[in-house]
Design a binder for this molecule. Structure first.
Ligand code: PRX
Length: 665
């Protein structure tokens, strides 16, 4: 082990780099001056960013860190999130600007201006009040990706109620857990949504969530906190009804007066709770403030996405995730963006649906996830090539490390070699982008999120919390408080401190591995729980996956460490072959042999997978992250563990059946 100099091995070397185009740089919202300003006086930099918001009462103090690790930003100021995202635009003459081009999966569309949203959100606020919801109450939102989801969130914010959006793909049990933890008073849902050409019922899941689950279960009693269920009619499907509790949106909201004075809240007033699965136990209810959170979301949206008056911005995330909160609802709307909001899946009714939408609405900025990009690679570039994507001028990525080859594919096939790519690293906890290139300023490297955004202080440290040198790997930490940082785990300060602040003294531990390359640029290496130990070397799954995806046959790869008598752990890779790859051998063994040799050549024999299995899918969470734990079960020939958080629970059976069939060849 004495040859292990660094905390994590640094295997991958990337020499490609792309300088910003001069034409882009000439008009970019951000210049290198941002870094300079933030470097000279970080707090002053954030003060200026906060002053772009509309404050009802100005703040005098920037940061109060006396109760660390809970921060308070701009705390003596008051404001309202909905006023910032909606009213302000109407007030300042931008009411006719399109806020959303909504596209339903079945093909229905709706254009909503800021004035339309203003009217709807005031009615909805009055509707919530009529149902007894007040400032500080919690409201669970369980809706498809439709305009009412945005309106519901903003209406809560308008009256100072705290929204807890639960992604529509979650089960009744997950919904119940989240409702109980936050003691939500109201649930806003729909009869159903459109998913893959079908009506997917939602309201029955709410009914199930709120009911008693029977003696001996986790929920022997019906849910005690919820007084009403507010139901949007989306699909028109039959829905069971509990008189007195259930109310239609069109009855409770539509007839309300479109006049409502926002409730002015203190900057530290909770804006929302968003649950993320912890590694153990119950989901964590991360909560965010109003003033600091909005400052972070709006500011990063402006400088990272370079938003201009005539841009059409499309973030493909669901509003049920933090990306939807920060980069559909709050950041872009505060900046007055015109957005696309799409309800459905990328392949309904055909695999070119997204590109058709880009062509139709002349989308200029696209923000999506590596899992989507790899899926499009698998389907083949002939599909996007059928559409006119020339309106695009900036591409973003978030959610996972993006494999360098997926980055190159994104740049070439979707971005026509002309669009800068911003690979943005952040978390539900951070509220806003922490590490990303600034378009027009930063030269980018495929696969690297590059440098902290201005005003953010990040380090990569070893086990002892000491910064590692360039060229080495370690743990990613954030060393100074930032405005949009989470304020805690709802109702559990102890868990907040022990999850994020007990690993390294005075530093926020993100749970991710990272390395600094020779230039000091940052490469994210995935969750540290995914680290393998092969013959005493700590390898991250990410770098080997990057190498596999760099092979022309491979669209997607998931690597895990499986116990091995000789090496401690051995590298096992699951690969999905590209739909448009040429000359791929029929025999899985031949594919495996070629790919093992490829990894050996690219990064060395240490990283060479012991086993490579060709599969048609890999298991993913509902937010698109690969679930390596389940693949480890396959690699170690164990029964599959808990699959309840999988987007598609049948994937594991398909993988096992496919592998058994392959083995019998
Ligand atoms: O592991 C990192 C990965 O996603 C985690 C945060 O997940 P979540 O809270 O669901 O938020 C996702 C959207 C912000 C991180 O700890 N992650 C996110 N973005 C990147 C990333 N890993 C590498 N590169 C990224 N750009």
């Amino acid at each position: 082990m004495d040859n292990v100099a660094h905390t994590l091995e640094n295997l991958h070397h990337e020499s490609r780099s792309f300088r910003p185009h001069a034409a882009f740089a000439a008009h970019a919202n951000a210049t290198s001056y941002e870094y300079k300003k933030a470097g000279v006086d970080r707090l002053q930099y954030w003060r200026e960013a906060a002053l772009r918001l509309a404050w009802r009462t100005p703040f005098t103090e920037i940061l109060d860190w006396s109760d660390a690790p809970v921060s308070r930003w701009f705390h003596d100021g008051t404001l309202n999130a909905c006023d910032n995202a909606v009213d302000r635009h109407v007030r300042e003459g931008r009411g006719d600007r399109v806020a959303f081009h909504f596209v339903g999966e079945p093909g229905d569309t709706e254009t909503l201006t800021y004035r339309d949203i203003h009217e709807r959100v005031q009615k909805a606020a009055n509707g919530l009040l009529s149902l007894g919801v007040g400032t500080g109450d919690r409201v669970a939102i369980y809706l498809p990706q439709i305009p009412e989801a945005v309106v519901a969130m903003l209406a809560c914010a308008r009256i100072g109620a705290i929204h807890s959006v639960v992604f529509g793909g979650f089960s009744a049990e997950s919904l119940r857990q989240r409702i109980d933890d936050a003691e939500a008073k109201l649930v806003i849902t729909a009869d159903g949504g459109n998913r893959r050409g079908q009506h997917l019922a939602l309201k029955p899941l709410v009914d199930e969530a709120l009911a008693s689950h029977g003696e001996g279960t986790a929920h022997p009693e019906p849910c005690a906190s919820v007084e009403h269920v507010l139901v949007v009619r989306r699909t028109g499907q039959e829905t069971a009804w509990t008189e007195g509790r259930d109310v239609w949106w069109h009855d409770a909201v539509d007839p309300q007066p479109a006049e409502h004075e926002p409730v002015w809240v203190e900057a530290e007033h909770p804006l929302f709770i968003l649950y993320t699965s912890g590694t153990t136990g119950t989901p964590k209810g991360l909560w965010h403030s109003t003033g600091g959170y909005l400052t972070g979301a709006a500011h990063t949206h402006r400088i990272v996405f370079d938003l201009k008056e005539d841009d059409v911005y499309w973030c493909t995330a669901d509003v049920g995730w933090i990306t939807g909160h920060s980069y559909i609802v709050y950041g872009p709307m505060i900046n007055g963006a015109t957005q696309v909001l799409y309800e459905g899946t990328p392949n309904t009714p055909h695999e070119g649906r997204w590109w058709e939408i880009v062509e139709q609405f002349k989308v200029t900025i696209l923000y999506t996830a590596p899992t989507a990009i790899r899926t499009f690679m698998k389907w083949g570039e002939a599909i996007p090539n059928q559409f006119d994507l020339s309106s695009l001028r900036l591409l973003g990525s978030v959610g996972e490390p993006i494999n360098p080859e997926a980055w190159m594919w994104y740049r070439r096939v979707i971005g026509g070699d002309r669009c800068p790519i911003v690979d943005t690293w952040w978390q539900t906890e951070t509220g806003a982008i922490m590490i990303s290139p600034l378009p027009g300023v930063t030269s980018t490297k495929p696969g690297s999120a590059m440098t902290p955004t201005p005003g953010i202080s990040v380090e990569v440290v070893d086990d002892a919390g000491r910064p590692v040198a360039n060229g080495e790997g370690g743990y990613l930490v954030i060393t100074e408080p930032w405005p949009s940082m989470l304020r805690g785990i709802w109702g559990n300060r102890h868990r907040y401190v022990s999850t994020y602040w007990n690993h390294f003294d005075g530093m926020y531990f993100a749970g991710d591995g990272a390395k600094k390359d020779v230039d000091g640029d940052l490469w994210l290496l995935g969750r540290v729980d995914d680290v393998m130990n092969v013959s005493g070397h700590r390898l991250t799954t990410t770098e080997i996956e990057h190498s596999l995806v760099a092979h022309p046959w491979v669209a997607e790869a998931a690597v895990v460490g499986a116990s091995d008598e000789v090496t401690g752990q051995a590298v096992v890779a699951f690969v999905i072959v590209r739909g448009d790859a040429h000359g791929v051998p029929e025999d899985g063994e031949e594919v495996a042999a070629a790919l093992r040799e490829h990894v050996r050549r690219q990064i060395g024999s240490l990283a060479k997978p012991r086993t490579i299995l060709v599969v048609s899918e890999v298991p993913k969470t509902r937010s698109g992250k690969i679930m390596r734990r389940l693949l480890r079960d396959v690699a170690e020939d164990r029964p599959t563990g808990d699959v309840t958080t999988l987007a598609d629970p049948t994937v594991m059976d398909a993988i096992r059946t496919g592998l058994e069939a392959g083995a019998g060849d």
